[in-house]
Design a protein around this ligand. Sequence first.
Ligand code: NAP
Length: 321
Amino acid sequence: MQAIRVHQTGGPEELKLETVPDPVAGQGQLVVRLAAAGVNPVDTYIRSGKNNYAPKSLPYTPGIDAAGTVESVGPGVHKFKPGDRVYVGGSLSGAYAQKALCTESQLHALPDKVTFEQGAAVNAPYVTAYHALFDRGCAVSGQRVLIHGASGGVGTAAVQWAVSAGLRVVGTAGTEAGLKLVKDQGAHDVLNHHDADHVQKALSLTDGKGYDIIIEMLANVNLNNDLALVGRCGRVVIVGSRGRIEIDPRQLMSKGSSVVGTSLMNASESELLAIHTAIFSSLSTGAIRPIIRTTMPLSSAAEAHKLVMEPGALGNIILLP
Ligand code: NAP
């Protein structure tokens, strides 16, 4: 089969299309024929060895998220059978490939109405957004949430989850197209995070009371402003950060507000079970609808890695093996 291989950490040019042996399902394993693979920023961190990430071993096939059809199952597999449509959240062999070797727990049923391209955009964006909003942010209906960076994969997912749960949503983006996309997902108000006065505007949308929850995609730029924007006993949930920042901690003291981090990797088994159950039913009803910015052939993985790190996000980038 064809797969992208990385032989040494470095730039996008390290992503090489190669022919490798087909995976074979062992005890408790499945082979999934992949129809689409999702491109996440973390894939670029692992490839380059940046932001505290590194490949577990070299060479390796990148990619966490994908979707496709179960091709074969090994002994001891009970949950899935050949022909089942699934989305993939992690694998033993990597997602930028025509096939992936997976454990049962890495696969989740994909509703018939959801395309494989959309399925490849489900796992990291929607699990992260749900975990940030509801498990770490403790969001409940009627609360105000600011999604600071709402135009990308996690941001559009967070807007959809928050709207469907009855929150009052303000989302930010950095381009006109991004602002329209965020509004189209149901955000009640949108702001451009590059406007110097967007913090003041964001505060005025709450009548000065501040937000119950802030979902932050770029904490190294925004965290100190978030401390001004968060309301009494509110929570800033850090999803993304690409550097350091100086903050004034007194802003937390005066309001009893808090800052929490979140990581997909830290979600517990019971949280993940609840999240994937919510994903299946919300995909089925259309309450969540993964946004595909563009699809590219697997051979364009390097181009996809450049694009995902450029400004102007509009949902998810998908590779077609
Ligand atoms: P993405 O699709 O590339 O989106 C990036 C988002 O950040 C876009 O909405 C972008 O808006 C926004 N952004 C750019 N400049 C900003 C600024 N000054 N202030 C606020 N937002 C700004 O990436 P993603 O998949 O949504 O992931 C977002 C971040 O979360 C990444 O850093 C990623 O590594 C991280 N992440 C963390 C976890 C976790 O478990 N903690 C899981 C998944 C992702 P414009 O492009 O419109 O300017």
